[in-house]
Design a protein around this ligand. Structure first.
Ligand code: ATP
Ligand code: MG
Length: 411
């Protein structure tokens, strides 16, 4: 007897605005949940457009493109903040489920709106809106030079952040004339930078990962140490509770990353720098380093599924970004992978399918282990080798160390 095949269960469709590496890695998590991420890409060569089956081409500031992306999807979410908030309001008014909603997302889009909303909830650097060069100088009279000048909207990877040692009216006037909304901020002297990531579902369930240390170079995150070394448990708990309170106050659905300055190692010394409401560079380590990755958790949260466990899978995880080298690399990328896998069989590599350009994030590596120094050294060596095609410690596949490695793996 012929048994008619049952139609496959319809699984949810999440539509993501943007098709960069965050969307690419979210798609990877979607596959495991039986789903396929739909993405709005600006080009067929965007990292996620190269791997997703359901690609819409269009601009994030085009309402028709957003409507097309949302049609038939269970939730619309983001891999970047570059979507005009008023367009999201229009979508929401039409009944589209947008997570995080526009009222929450605006705090990750606008640094001034965020600071005003967190007054009384979190410590922040002294700041002022800048409408003329005199506003920067007025803040500096209160807090001293250097002063940090920031684009209120649209900055990323340190683009949109200027450290001013003294008055620079020409720069401020030029930026304002170009239509860049600006703020000025006290330059915080800090011991290090931390980040704490939480997820919150529409149901109100929330989960936090361990607090991490982020290391920046030229304003860009290059390394993440999980958990943040030598952070006392009281400060860890305070940072997690702060992020959960912010997520609740702003009604965040999905992921929230809170970038923090650690000024003195205590809970009272935590200063909020920035919010992101999407998967974040500070959480890439969770793919291998936590029971549930940030990418899977974001999908669970925006779909209002119960959240996954956030416990670490190893005592230490270190993520290092692979940045495009300053000069062309002689060793082809494929060959760099061969050598890397030969030397460090345990290091996990994530390449984003992006062309290598100086300082551009083209991938990351993650190493796990028991001892921070050793794990960190492995991740740093792996990332710089993939970036430059040169081993920073002078290692050679033909040297005695390499022979020992081969012996171990033959055994
Ligand atoms: N007030 C400050 N005092 C000292 N350093 C600062 C200050 N603000 C920013 N920085 C430094 O500049 C980096 C980038 O700043 P910020 O996070 O505001 O900019 P962004 O370009 O939006 O960042 P992202 O790369 O996270 O998108 C920070 O991680 C920190 O290293
Ligand atoms: Mg930042």
């Amino acid at each position: 007897m012929d048994v008619p095949a049952a139609p496959p269960d319809r699984l949810p469709v999440v539509a993501m605005v943007g098709a960069g590496q965050l969307a690419r890695m979210t798609h990877q998590a979607a596959i495991a949940l039986g789903q396929s991420l739909r993405v709005l890409a600006t080009a067929a060569s965007d990292p996620a457009a190269l791997v997703c089956a359901d690609v819409h081409l269009g601009a994030p500031d085009d309402l028709e493109a957003l409507r097309g992306l949302a049609r038939g999807a269970d939730a619309v979410t983001f891999d970047h903040e570059g979507v005009p908030n008023e367009l999201l309001r229009a979508l929401t008014a039409e009944g589209v489920v947008v997570r995080p909603g526009p009222d929450a997302l605006v705090h990750a889009q606008d640094k001034l709106v965020m600071r005003r909303a967190l007054e009384g909830l979190a410590r922040m650097p002294a700041y002022a809106e800048v409408r003329s060069p005199a506003d920067v100088d007025a803040l500096a009279r209160r807090t001293g030079w250097p002063t940090v000048l920031k684009a209120v909207r649209g900055g990323y990877d340190g683009r949109g952040v200027w450290l001013l040692d003294g008055p620079d009216p020409a720069l401020v006037a030029e930026l304002l004339a170009a239509g860049t909304p600006l703020m000025a901020e006290q330059a915080v002297s800090m011991r290090r930078e931390l980040a704490v990531q939480v997820a919150r579902s529409p149901h109100g369930q929330a989960a936090a990962w361990p607090v991490v240390e982020t290391v920046q170079r030229d304003g860009q995150c290059v390394e993440v140490l999980a958990p943040a070394p030598d952070l006392d448990p009281t400060t860890v708990a305070a940072a997690q509770q702060l992020a959960l309170r912010i997520a609740d106050r702003l009604d965040v659905t999905g992921l929230l990353a809170v970038e923090l300055f650690d000024t003195d190692g205590t809970a009272a010394g935590l200063v909020v720098n920035e919010l992101a409401m999407r998967p974040h560079n500070s959480g890439h380590w969770t793919i291998e380093g936590a029971r549930t990755s940030q990418f899977e958790q974001h999908l669970r949260a925006v779909l209002d599924y119960p959240l996954g466990a956030t416990e670490p899978t190893a005592p230490v995880a270190v993520m290092a970004n692979v940045l495009g080298a300053a000069t062309p690399v002689a060793v082809p990328l494929d060959e760099r992978c061969h050598h890397l896998f030969g030397r460090f069989p345990d290091v996990k590599v994530h390449l984003y399918g992006k062309a290598e350009r100086p300082a551009r994030k083209v991938g990351h590596v993650t190493a796990l282990g028991a001892r921070l120094e050793e794990v960190r050294a492995r991740a740093a060596l792996a990332a710089s080798w993939l970036s430059t095609g040169e081993w920073a410690d002078g290692w050679s596949p033909y040297g005695p160390d390499a022979a020992r490695t081969r012996e171990v793996f033959r055994a």
